[in-house]
Design a protein around this ligand. Sequence first.
Ligand code: BG6
Ligand code: MG
Length: 223
Amino acid sequence: MKGCIFDLDGVIVDTAKYHYLAWKKIADEFGFVFTEKDNERLKGVSRMASLDILLSIGGVHLSEGEKLQVADKKNEIYLGYILKMTPDEVLPGVLTFLKTLRDQGIKISLGSASKNAKTILHQVGIENLFDAVADGTNVSKAKPDPEVFLKGAELLNLSPADCVVFEDARAGIEAAHRAGMKCVGIGDSVTLREADIVVGGFLDLSIEKGKLKIINNGEILNF
Ligand code: BG6
Ligand code: MG
């Protein structure tokens, strides 16, 4: 493992809740119910693809122009939340994990579908910990396409096989595997069962001599 590539939403910060609130406001205005369970289908999915899923849930049909307007509106609502984010919203254990990677000479990239990624990293004060950012501004194909992770590896000047991905979405795990990378699932072990290993969060992980270690059982991963 020479490089680590991190998804953003749900891995570094819990912005999934802000995406949900913003999409819910749109659904409310159209007059249909959008639940947290529905929101699972939007995780890791690009903004326009998320809108298509949302509209299919509500049975709403819009022209391409109308869709762009609704997507812009959702993003304005979302920005209202993320521009209030503070460094204490970085998820538990992430900061120590990122700093340990740096100390041990392992390169770090972001690998996110979001066009707001840099704004969020800046808002929570961790942009300096990243050697590269692959996000919705320099990548066009959404996960499960591997493009975002291949871009992350390329920006780090590493071959894909030397990179490990950290993901909370099934589409992201598939994207990592299609990129030829191992994937650590962050979250629920049933939902993320396709990952090479699943942990609840970064407090469950440490780095020892450049290798990942599961804290509770001392297992060292041969990634
Ligand atoms: C992903 C989120 O990281 O980014 C998705 O998991 C979101 O829920 C996507 O739709 C695009 O984000 P943004 O910020 O460009 O609308
Ligand atoms: Mg995610």
